[in-house]
Design a protein around this ligand. Sequence first.
Ligand SMILES: [Zn+2]
Length: 44
Amino acid sequence: MVATTERDEMTWYECEECGLLFENETDAEQHESGCDAEDPSYLQ
Ligand SMILES: [Zn+2]
């Protein structure tokens, strides 16, 4: 799910899967829905 973080008096939306930051929540959600890091089960 998308996390919010405040920086420079702005709210940023962070992909919890890979850590990318977005200026708006819609972009973050769209990214995260197709994020390659969404299923980390193969990493271990
Ligand atoms: Zn991501």
